[in-house]
Write a protein that binds this ligand. Structure first.
Ligand SMILES: Nc1ncnc2c1ncn2[C@@H]1O[C@H](COP(=O)(O)OP(=O)(O)OP(=O)(O)O)[C@@H](O)[C@H]1O
Length: 257
């Protein structure tokens, strides 16, 4: 595991944005999913030390999260704020230098920003602004990157390509994606589902692969999930199979709400 939270709470006045939240994230790519207002951005703000939790503990890489050097963590917030005249390559290179490792050329290629690398921020389309922001979190080789709604305003083709890039990058660093969009969540290593500031589910490793597979529906109403032997046995008893359909993590998530 690379990140652990125990009993983390954060209130804004009467509103409990995070209510005694405990979960564990494994190395690799993790998603924290939840509908609007479930506390996702509050978690990212805590991780980046913009706000402090009222109570609870968070550890990353076995250390208290406040003891982790800033250069080891990268963040891309939901709101995109850059000086309008800043140029893509210049900015990413400067961030790389600041963090002690200018890998901006590699990051520009990975996030397919080559075409716009000499453009100013104000000249970019919304989708490229998002990709520029997300790319900036990876410059300087941090050990963990936290991304708030990284697919917002990004078209479906770029989204798929970003997801492939995350799957490539997760081999050498940890990526935590916070989102209200329940898609693109195959091939991940851990998942947290938040709802009204509470943890509804925290799946890791094999628990996640068990959430995908198939559902066999029989005429008598019997539904069998991921059990080929049981399906064969029912068929041999003369039960009529109506259909077999794939199931995804999204199906499970939708049933929680
Ligand atoms: N600065 C603040 N002052 C008061 N209430 C806040 C503040 N920031 C967040 N909240 C409230 O805390 C709760 C959790 O908000 P948060 O932004 O963490 O949720 P979220 O899951 O990121 O939502 P979204 O998907 O809509 O971005 C919400 O009820 C929100 O209205």
């Amino acid at each position: 595991m690379f990140l652990e939270c125990w009993n983390v709470s954060k209130s804004y006045g009467e509103i409990k944005a995070l209510d005694n939240v405990s979960f564990v994230l494994d190395e690799g790519l993790s998603f924290i999913l939840g509908p609007n207002g479930s506390g996702k951005t509050t978690f990212i703000k805590i991780m980046s030390n913009i706000i402090r939790p009222d109570s609870g503990n968070i550890r990353i890489f076995g250390r208290d999260y406040l003891d982790v050097p800033a250069s080891e963590l990268g963040f891309a917030y939901e709101k995109i704020v850059f000086p309008p005249n800043i140029r893509v390559k210049e900015y990413l290179s400067a961030v790389g230098h600041l963090r002690g490792n200018d890998n901006s050329d590699e990051i520009i290629t990975l996030f397919e920003l080559d075409k716009v690398k000499n453009k100013r921020f104000k000249e970019l389309s919304q989708g490229f602004k998002r990709r520029f922001l997300v790319a900036s979190a990876f410059v300087g080789n941090p050990r963990a990157v936290f991304l708030d709604e990284p697919f917002s305003n990004v078209d479906i083709i770029a989204k798929r390509s970003m997801m492939r890039t995350f799957l490539e990058l997760k081999k050498k660093l940890n990526i935590v994606i916070v989102s209200h969009v329940f898609t693109n969540i195959e091939e991940i290593d851990s998942l947290v589902v938040l709802y009204h500031g509470k943890v509804l589910a925290n799946y890791r490793g094999k628990e996640l692969s068990d959430l995908t597979g198939f559902r066999a529906i029989f005429e008598d109403g019997n539904v069998i999930i991921n059990d080929v032997e049981k399906v064969n046995s029912l068929i041999s008893q003369g039960k009529k199979l109506v259909k077999i359909e794939p199931i995804s993590i999204e199906d499970w998530l939708m049933k929680m709400f």
